[in-house]
Ligand binder design. Structure first.
Ligand SMILES: NC(=O)c1ccc[n+]([C@@H]2O[C@H](COP(=O)([O-])OP(=O)(O)OC[C@H]3O[C@@H](n4cnc5c(N)ncnc54)[C@H](OP(=O)(O)O)[C@@H]3O)[C@@H](O)[C@H]2O)c1
Length: 238
């Protein structure tokens, strides 16, 4: 059987911690070919020549854009995907309500996968907290998230997404707590407390490659699909 042609990827936010992980993983994954890389100012990143964001329209043809940048950079990524009718996989967190609205609208024109956390473990954690919240609606519920000191948004996008899952299951959002400490990749700790007992569900990320791997899986599955907003859990697990 002839192997399908590689999926051409444009990496947006290539100089960041996530972007560098993506460049490294794409380089050794035969499913993909790097079509280009974008940073704010352009220049070289780990041997890859990057286009500045202002020149993104000049990027070579690509089949999916993988974006791990900042909210201020996100609109440009969405716009180029809309202009070309190409899939967008975005892990950028801290998007504004207007940006979330633009995403929902864009799903009518292009295939999209957006997730605050691309790890498989967190996809399963959503299922577990939904069950616990539905079974224990009157217990106190706290959600503590811990991340490295350079993370800008709080609570984390993952915490807010888990909070939405909890609220949908028990009609009430959890109490959020955020810690910024050292180089912690990411921890989410959901605690249900009743009289005399406590249930704790914890996810710890120790290697940020899990997010890059999840995003690449999403790109492989969503490139070329019909327009729509595809749920990560369904794409990865279903
Ligand atoms: N969904 C998930 O699973 C997941 C996991 C980890 C992180 N994240 C999120 O992913 C995002 C990136 O995280 P990170 O740790 O890689 O951040 P980072 O190290 O701060 O990198 C940010 C990247 O965005 C680029 N950028 C900033 N402004 C830009 C602009 N105007 N146009 C184009 N590019 C621009 C930066 O380029 P310059 O170097 O040129 O400024 C850099 O490449 C954050 O929102 C973070 O919360 C999501």
């Amino acid at each position: 059987m002839v192997a399908p042609p590689p999926i051409r990827l444009l990496v947006h936010g290539a100089s960041g911690r996530m972007g560098r992980a993506l460049l490294r993983l794409v380089a050794v994954d035969p499913r993909f070919e790097l079509a280009g890389a974008i940073t704010r100012a352009g220049g070289m990143v780990d041997g890859v020549r990057c286009l500045p964001a202002a020149r993104i329209a000049a990027a070579l043809p690509f089949d999916a854009l993988v974006d791990f940048s900042l909210p201020a950079a996100f609109d440009t990524a969405l716009e180029v995907c809309l202009q070309r009718g190409i899939a967008l996989v975005s892990g950028t967190t801290g998007l504004s309500p207007a940006q979330c609205k633009a995403l929902a609208l864009a799903a009518q024109s292009i295939p999209l996968v957006c997730a605050a956390n691309f790890s498989l473990g967190v996809a399963v954690l959503h299922e577990l907290v939904a069950r616990a919240a539905a079974a224990l609606p009157n217990w106190d519920c706290h959600l503590l998230e811990t991340h490295h000191v350079r993370k800008l948004d709080a609570p984390s996008g993952t915490a807010l997404a888990l909070g939405q899952t909890i609220a949908a299951a028990r009609g009430q959002a959890p109490h959020y707590l955020s810690l910024r400490a050292g180089d912690v990749v990411g921890e989410h700790h959901v605690q249900f407390t009743g009289a005399g007992e406590r249930l704790e569900l914890i996810h710890r990320a120790t290697d940020r490659d899990i997010f890059a791997r999840g995003a690449l899986e999403a790109a492989a599955r969503v490139a070329g699909r019909a327009p729509g907003l595809y749920a990560l859990g369904k794409l990865l697990l279903g």
